[in-house]
Design a protein around this ligand. Sequence first.
Ligand code: ACM
Ligand code: ZN
Length: 505
Amino acid sequence: MHTIIPAPASIESKAGVFQLERDCPIEAAPEFSGEAKLLAVWLASESTSLPRAASPSGAKRGAIRLVRDESMRDGEGYRLDISSEGILISAKGPAGVFYGCVTLRQLAMENSGSIQAMLIADEPRFSWRGSMLDTSRNFFSVAFLKKYIDLLAFHKLNRFHWHLTDDQGWRIEIDRYPELTKIGSWRGDRRIHGEVRRNGGFYSKADVREILEYCRERHIVVVPEIEMPGHAMAALAAFPGLSCTGGSFEVEDRFGIFEDVYCAGNDETFVFMKNVLEEVCDLFPGPWVHIGGDECPKTRWNACPKCRAAMKREGLKNAEELQSWFVRKAETILAARGKMMIGWDEILEGGLAPGAAVMSWRGEKGGIEAARAGHDVVMTPGEWTYLDHYNTSGPEPLAIGGDVVSLAKAYGYDPVPAGLTPGESSHVLGSEGLIWTEYVPTPAHLEYMLWPRLSALSEVFWSPKEGRDFKEFQQRLKEHAKRLDALDVNRWRPQEERAKFKERP
Ligand code: ACM
Ligand code: ZN
């Protein structure tokens, strides 16, 4: 039995054991030098129980080799061949080699580096294996983001969906509009878990580049999310003239859905949108930009002379069509910079922009509709993938209401909705584990909500569906939990384990 999470596509046990030693030599083809460097750091810092080399210096020692295999498919697949003589990781390119190294990283953390000989042939089920973090409701430091991102890589997740703007905070520096962060990045004092906190901060462009580089090394694509036309109170606090009423506004300190949104009949809105999105496109190298699009009330638009004039001028029947028109303008701006647009499933209402991908959060319906219309979709229905929901129905720290997303529930999710044809299913790029942080005020609390539910989801996103068994997963999770502990992760624990620990967060 192995304990790897997410479970590899295939494993064959072989006779023999490889004893990993401290400072085991790693030989790598030049194009895999980045992966070799990371692996060396992991083995040195995490596998502290590895024995020193037993053989006298000069004697032949088993080595780890990272090699290119031209015969393999492009992409993220790899082979990991462990024999008593040495370890061979082969793949066509760096992403595959990287995932081979991640598997070895997990194996090296147990049994003092004594690894059963085996042959693993592995590749992911889905190409989009993501995690969304809301850094608007609560700000998280760059140092903490790196810890979180490394844990994504540890689970072979490859999309960091970075929620950067919302009613309660604008978190990304935009050179053209310094007021966005000067005014928009601070929310007022509030009391949570009995503590008053003034929450704020933002990521400078240098911070963002640091995160991008950290993600690049770990084969993670960053998908920035800049919310429009709703969830915009932090931006409107800085630029009230972009609203329908003219304001004034404050950065929201309550949680909810707010009626003041960007005015869709004001040319200034689109100048602002273009300038902001162009800076975002220039900063983030990935192919996608998320424009939000969820929960935009139409109250102000229906009452606004400028919005009504725009509807008339453009021949739009209602405010839903006005939102589609707005979103299409965003898509045009992104397309001119070579980017693809993705948005929450509300962007379907009033007609979907031609090249848009849809993130289906209000159940599976939006994703099914978009896939049937030939659009790519990322399935993120709250019922299974929202990790801000309660872990259990028992005593838990305050969380957003709604369904409990238990470990078993998350593990039981299938991103491909029932009833799609194979052709339609091919539009399901994958899924994410998501977290909104209104009730998640600290890094320790965030980890408590994410782990190990995101470990379970990583297996849903990576591993073959056939043979999935929650009981067997739980067995592997016992060993994996020790790895999370070694990485200082404040994971959620089952009731029977909790008694032994001081309750956190
Ligand atoms: C969302 O949860 N409002 C996308
Ligand atoms: Zn308006």
